[in-house]
Design a protein around this ligand. Structure first.
Ligand SMILES: Cc1cc2nc3c(=O)[nH]c(=O)nc-3n(C[C@H](O)[C@H](O)[C@H](O)COP(=O)(O)O)c2cc1C
Length: 194
């Protein structure tokens, strides 16, 4: 296959896989490092390279999931708190191999518009997702739980201007890949002017 065809297969074949469909198998550290290296080759305006990753696995992942769930409980109105969501945060971590927490590190002093730094970090995430697809790994990019809560940033020791982009639950799955769904056609979002 040509490079373009290979890439098409990877891009179109990539699917979000929820941790509940992962089988708990542990992925070799060198493979995770390879994905993080791919992330590093995302485009970056002004070469600020704003993507940052905190990688959790093993006991550290168990502790992180528990602390994440505890933060959810501490910072949620009792009327809105649900034990199912609390347990879900913990359970997700038991099915996957690694969680890669992604955040955007704001340059100091900031010279590049915020949207560009978020865009660059999102591009770094996509590199990880595509690399994972090429390796038959499963990933969920999650912005659930406490992702956007200020208490999460404080827990992680991030700066005021930094932005948590989500948690990547990475694992292996023995289940069939979820069916691809799009609500419209690609050309519905395109205006061509000649
Ligand atoms: C920024 C971002 C955040 C997301 N957060 C969640 C999430 O919290 N929970 C979830 O189930 N899926 C999440 N997703 C995955 C989407 O649900 C998924 O991409 C969408 O259903 C399309 O499926 P596909 O990725 O298989 O093409 C997120 C995707 C993006 C880009």
């Amino acid at each position: 296959m040509g490079k373009y065809t290979d890439l098409q297969v990877i891009i179109k074949g990539r699917r979000t896989v929820k941790p509940s469909l992962m089988n708990g198998a542990i992925i070799e550290e060198s493979i995770i490092d390879g994905l993080l290296e791919l992330a590093h080759w995302a485009p970056t305006h002004g070469r600020t390279e704003p993507w940052r990753f905190i990688v959790y696995t093993g006991e550290a992942l168990t502790t992180f999931a528990r602390e994440h769930a505890d933060l959810y409980r501490e910072h949620t109105d009792p009327e809105k708190f649900t034990p199912a969501k609390y347990q879900g945060i913990i359970d997700n971590a038991t099915h996957c191999s690694h969680v890669i927490l992604v955040y955007m590190k704001r340059q100091e002093p900031a010279r590049i518009p915020l949207v560009e730094e978020i865009a660059a970090t999102a591009a770094a995430v996509q590199n990880i997702l595509l690399g994972a697809e090429a390796l038959d790994l499963s990933v969920l990019w999650s912005t659930g739980g406490m992702t956007f809560h200020p208490a999460f940033k404080a827990y992680l020791g991030l700066g005021e201007e930094d932005q948590v982009m989500g948690l990547l639950y990475v694992g292996r799955s023995s289940e069939p890949k979820p069916v691809a769904k799009r609500n419209s056609e690609w050309f519905d979002k395109v205006v061509k002017k000649y």
